[in-house]
Ligand binder design. Structure first.
Ligand code: HEC
Length: 222
């Protein structure tokens, strides 16, 4: 009996962070106030149904939801700017901290399970090497387009799980690609070559960008 009481106490503090943020007091009300109107089973914007997350343990059944939600709050992509109810920075920071702690807790609970290993995106150095390999030039400076990476991947900058891809970063990659295309030449004799003078940046129509973005989202979810 005493053992059971101890277990109950342990379970109840498990989801409590040091500063007292809990799912029930902070995270769930945040979802209800700022997110749910667009993310119910019926609405399900962007494929995200937040009504299935009613308690902390629901994240275990929906592991990718947790990382997606962390990303969109971290990048301030959600709620969208035109949504009526907007959280304060402090509210979002509290929720983000809880979600990240929960993610860490799940990872610690299954240390031998690598889980989903997300494909990394190219960092600026890798991007530069690829351009060099294709075009035989070191003239392209990818770091002018791609932001420096954080060291969240245990100090490595090319660990997919530690990288994120928000809208603005995605646009950085598009600008880099646009610039590369403006220098790129392809002829039957020389194959790929690099023209020192750019021929004006190629411009994608925004509908094309949206479509590409949606396809990437879809890929990320599979
Ligand atoms: C006014 C409507 C609206 C509100 C409020 C809203 N969203 Fe969204 N959400 C969208 C739309 C529209 C999309 C899909 C558009 C897109 O993918 O760019 C989306 C997509 C998403 C996605 C999927 C994106 C991905 O990368 O998988 C997540 C996760 C998400 N929202 C979480 C949230 C969270 C968390 C909140 C509250 C903090 C929230 N949303 C509030 C409209 C909303």
């Amino acid at each position: 009996m005493r053992y059971l009481a101890f277990l109950m106490i342990l379970l109840s503090v498990l989801h409590l962070r040091a500063d007292g943020t809990t799912f029930d007091d902070t995270v769930h009300p945040y979802f209800q106030t700022y997110c749910i109107e667009c993310h119910t089973a019926e609405e399900k914007k962007g494929g995200m149904d937040l009504s299935v997350i009613r308690q902390a343990s629901d994240f275990i059944a929906h592991p990718t939801a947790l990382t997606h939600i962390i990303d969109v709050i971290d990048f301030q992509d959600m709620p969208p700017q035109d949504a009526e109810a907007q959280p304060t920075e402090e509210e979002s920071a509290d929720v983000l901290a809880w979600l990240q702690a929960e993610l860490q807790r799940q990872r610690n609970a299954a240390p031998n399970d690598p889980g989903i290993v997300p494909a990394p995106r190219l960092n600026a150095s890798e991007y530069g090497y690829v351009i060099r390999d294709i075009f035989g030039t070191t003239a392209f400076d990818a770091s002018a387009f791609l932001p420096p990476e954080g060291g969240a991947g245990e100090g490595f900058t090319n660990v997919g799980g530690a990288q994120s891809l928000g809208t603005s970063q995605f646009e950085n990659y598009l600008s880099a690609a646009n610039r590369v295309l403006s220098h790129a030449r392809i002829t039957p004799e020389a194959g790929f070559s690099w023209s020192p003078a750019p021929q004006g940046d190629a411009h994608y129509r925004s509908s094309t960008l949206k479509k590409t973005g949606a396809e990437l989202d879809q890929l990320a979810r599979t």
